[in-house]
Design a protein around this ligand. Structure first.
Ligand SMILES: *Cc1c(COP(=O)(O)O)cnc(C)c1O
Length: 407
């Protein structure tokens, strides 16, 4: 019995391997940083989302240790069951103040944030409209909600408006005569900076459209929190639309260097999620250490050092973009895709780079579309100008000096 089970899985794995899509874990024997140790070698790392270089920062580690010493290694249960530990409350107060919202709620991961929030707010009578390239956590959440699902072409405002027009046909007055028959609610979801292309959503125009059609808007700032705007709140701040977005989502594990996810918004939104978000209710609270580290990161991002790290990151981005422009976005980002296309060719390119001492991940289906495989370069504040030169030289040597314009 067990053998036939394994035989079946081995067959499936062989099919994945044949398609050039096999994934394997690569053990790292060092902290995350610009240099990581893999298989006894030190590699120059262009793979992490630790954009400000905070994951191994002494202030975050110290805060994690302090939180552990004071509140223990584990949280004991869900925050609604055994009481909600102080570090989570302090973190949420700091987050709301940082983002300039009434309230904030944190989750164990960004994935759990998307799933819990979307399924709490929308049900089978409602409509969700997604950008084609939103993160898997949002796609999964939308499917799980049971709502009618529509996808608009990436960053395509005309297509979004078509879908919004379609959705508004459901809320004709005839549908609301019976008071218990609410018209369906429509939610639009996009990322602000897209995780695999590094391009930016036209948030001002999307906000205007969702207001025109009475829809709600959720923006996932996973790759923008801590990086954009005067207070480094995210792209919504930079574009001046934060207070017109109902649901501001982000993660604590990227530029903030810790782990977890958050929702920022009104007190009513947070109170509602505490009552209805199943990934919050039915899940043990994160370790106090994670809350301590994330809180320290928020303080750091708002400090003079945070400002300096931010400037360092953007200097590195400009240096790289002067060599390898990302034609997909006028707004620069720390994510620079080098499109290769073929899945096996992307893996081969990553292998060649690794042989030269550089760690750059090959990103393939299903993370991106088939035939749109790429090297995904990410920069951090901890990289030096020399690191960037090493990267562009190595990319040139393997024949991929340009990021493509297509896809
Ligand atoms: C990483 C990511 C998430 C998930 O966050 P985790 O904390 O890693 O679970 C959600 N949305 C986007 C856009 C992401 O890039």
């Amino acid at each position: 019995m067990v053998n036939s089970f394994d035989a079946e899985l081995q067959q499936r794995l062989a099919a994945i391997r044949d398609a050039g899509l096999l994934r394997e874990l690569r053990r790292v024997d060092s902290p995350q940083g610009p240099h990581i140790e893999i298989g006894g070698r030190t590699l120059l790392n262009f793979s992490s989302n630790d954009y400000l270089g905070l994951a191994n920062h002494p202030a975050l580690k110290e805060a994690a240790i302090k939180a552990t010493e004071k509140f223990g290694a584990g949280a004991g249960a869900s925050r609604l069951i055994c009481g909600s530990l102080a570090p989570f409350h302090k973190l949420e107060e700091a987050l709301a103040a940082f983002k300039g919202t009434e309230a904030a709620l944190t989750f164990s991961t960004g994935y759990a944030t998307a799933v819990g929030t979307i399924t709490a707010l929308l049900g089978k009578d409602d409509i969700i409209i997604l950008d084609k390239l939103v993160h898997a956590s949002i796609v999964d959440a939308a499917k799980l909600s049971g709502a009618k699902l529509r996808v608009f072409a990436h960053n395509d405002l005309n297509d979004l408006e078509d879908k919004l027009r379609w959705s508004s046909s459901f809320s004709l007055p005839g549908n609301t005569l019976k008071r218990e028959l609410q018209p369906p609610q429509t939610l639009v979801v996009t990322e602000s900076i897209f995780s695999m292309d590094g391009d930016a959503a036209p948030l001002r125009e999307i906000v205007a459209l969702k207001e025109k059609y009475g829809a709600w808007l959720m923006v996932d700032e996973a790759h923008a929190t801590g990086l954009y705007g005067k207070n480094r709140r995210g792209l919504a701040e930079e574009l001046g639309v934060s207070d017109r977005i109902e649901i501001q989502m982000g993660t604590l594990g990227k530029a903030l260097g810790a782990s977890g996810g958050y929702i920022c918004g009104s007190r009513a939104l947070v109170d509602f999620l505490i009552n209805r978000a199943r990934s919050f209710i039915f899940s043990t609270a994160p370790a106090p250490a994670a809350a301590g580290a994330a809180h320290a990161a928020i303080r750091l991002v708002q400090s003079v050092e945070g400002q300096k790290r931010n400037e360092q990151l953007w200097s590195r981005v400009m240096e790289l973009q002067s060599q390898i422009p990302n034609p997909k976005s006028e707004i620069p980002s720390a994510i620079i895709p080098v499109i290769i296309g073929d899945e096996s060719a992307a893996v081969a390119a990553a292998t060649q780079l690794r042989e030269q001492g550089l760690f750059v991940p090959a990103i393939r289906y299903p993370t991106v579309a088939r035939g749109a495989a790429r090297l995904r370069v990410t920069l951090t504040a901890a990289h030096t100008p020399e690191d960037v030169t090493t990267l562009t030289r190595a990319l040139g040597q393997i024949g991929h000096p340009q990021s493509a314009t297509g896809n």
